[in-house]
Design a binder for this molecule. Structure first.
Ligand SMILES: *Cc1c(COP(=O)(O)O)cnc(C)c1O
Length: 448
């Protein structure tokens, strides 16, 4: 059979709510043309993020009932620790309430003003947390990643020569750690090859710099390695993931991504001294080290999710269905970041709307138009999110795990092609007010 089906059936459903064009126009104006500020009940198809939006399985809901809510030493923690230890092989693990809490603790312990933290591409919260310590967050993607149309197997890779040059210029003492984001979210959801992780690790090891994975989508990355990198075609996704983690000295992880959980994160490290400091900070702001700001039941949901995410049938469906959305809009003439990523499709808004300059936020203008036209929520990843550091003007359509069916995606394809047909009439935006950090979450804008 050639048809690839969703590898699950549906036991519990949530109704969707339609809105009228006039209602959507009013919601947009009230929200300052920022889709983060629109109430979820006014959204028809929500592709804002794949974070915390997964549908949990029957096994995860069953695990939730087993949650042990003991303050210290809960059974749920040890169930999670067994799964995490087996997967990562890293010596120490603490849960955190989500990925950015792990980031804040990690960078607070490891960074000081004047330091430099390189990554293939920092995610927005990662960049903000590095910079909050007074260190600089530097992106070193491979040069080919700048061209959104280049079709590379591992377009999320780090530029290893650029990393060498940065270490030579800054000195290893100013680089407390190197990060690799797998898959590379802000770089288009593109995977990082095992060969690249190995090459980065070799450079880090030579200079005595620890390598950390921002492991949010480790399973999707493992699947791409299996499909595309010679030598891994017969490996299980789990074995590939284990090898990825074996090259790292630690990791941050958002369980809201590749653990099918609605909340949670992990911080792992091989360094006893660093881990002790991290634990002290964790107790100050997150909670006791065996729950880290989560309920015991959340730890159990994550433990089950970390195993389910590595199911080859799921990963096959996941990567193929994301590609389905990408191919259908790209074949209809919409420029996307090629090739399609793992968790999301990114429209190249600068290329689609060449009449709107970056300082008038083409990605945001497109996000607003897609909501206005069809009630679909997406997110700008460009000059609104990253201000001067933006490399591209993208609109991200993130796909929640196990939530939408093919007919939902067909509706999204139709809406995007209709918006594309009237793209010349789309106007830019300007900021009315914005906070100093992570401004895209709460800024207010107006159409020009
Ligand atoms: C989501 C994400 C984070 C932050 O995780 P949260 O759970 O949202 O705090 C960090 N890095 C990457 C690559 C992410 O996708």
């Amino acid at each position: 059979m050639r048809t690839i089906i969703e590898p699950f059936r549906i036991k519990s459903v949530e109704p969707l709510h339609h809105t009228t064009p006039a209602e959507r126009e009013r919601y947009l104006a009230d929200a300052g043309y920022n889709l983060f500020r629109i109430d979820a009940r006014h959204i028809l198809i929500d592709l804002l993020t794949d974070s915390g939006t997964s549908a949990m399985s029957t096994e995860q809901w069953a695990a939730i009932m087993r949650g042990d809510e003991s303050y210290a030493g809960s059974e749920s923690f040890f169930r999670l620790k067994r799964v995490a230890d087996e997967l990562t092989g890293l010596r120490h693990m603490v849960p955190t309430h989500q990925g950015r809490a792990a980031e804040r603790i990690l960078f607070t312990v490891m960074c000081k003003p004047g330091d430099v933290v390189p990554s293939n591409t920092h995610f927005d919260t990662t960049r903000a947390n590095v910079e909050f310590t007074g260190a600089r967050a530097i992106d070193l993607p491979i040069a080919e990643a700048r061209d959104t149309q280049a079709r590379l197997d591992f377009k999320g890779n780090m530029d290893v020569a650029a990393l060498e040059a940065l270490i030579a210029a800054e000195g290893a003492a100013k680089i407390p750690l190197v990060m690799l984001t797998v898959t590379n979210n802000s770089g288009g959801g593109q995977p990082v090859s095992m060969a690249n992780i190995e090459a980065v690790k070799a450079v880090c090891a030579r200079h005595g710099i620890p390598l950390y994975l921002d492991a949010c989508r480790f399973a999707e990355n493992a699947w791409f390695i299996r499909m595309r990198e010679p030598g891994y075609g017969e490996w299980s996704p789990k074995r590939i993931a284990q090898k990825m983690f074996s090259l790292a000295d630690g990791c941050t992880f958002s369980a809201k991504k590749d653990a099918f959980a609605n909340i949670g994160g992990l911080l792992c490290s091989n360094d006893d001294r660093v881990f002790q400091q991290e634990t002290n900070l964790l107790i100050l702001t997150e909670g006791f080290p065996t729950y880290g700001g989560l309920a015991g039941r959340d730890l159990d949901a994550i433990a089950v999710g970390l195993e389910e995410i590595l199911d080859p049938d799921y990963l096959h469906y996941r990567i193929v269905s994301t590609g389905y959305l990408g191919r259908h809009i790209a074949d209809g003439g919409v420029p996307i970041v090629e090739p399609p990523g793992g968790h999301a499709i990114y429209i190249d808004a600068a290329r689609m709307l060449p009449h709107i300059p970056p300082n008038e936020f083409p990605g945001q203008a497109l996000a607003v138009e897609l909501y206005r036209h069809a009630g679909i929520r997406s997110v700008e990843i460009g000059s609104l999110m990253f201000a001067g550091a933006a490399q591209h003007e993208l609109l991200r359509l993130a796909i929640p795990r196990r939530v939408y069916t093919q007919s939902h995606i067909d509706y999204v394809v139709e809406a995007i092609l209709e918006v594309n047909a009237k793209k010349d009439a789309i106007r830019g935006m300007e900021i009315v007010e914005a906070p100093p950090f992570l401004r895209h979450f709460s800024a207010r804008l107006r159409p020009l």
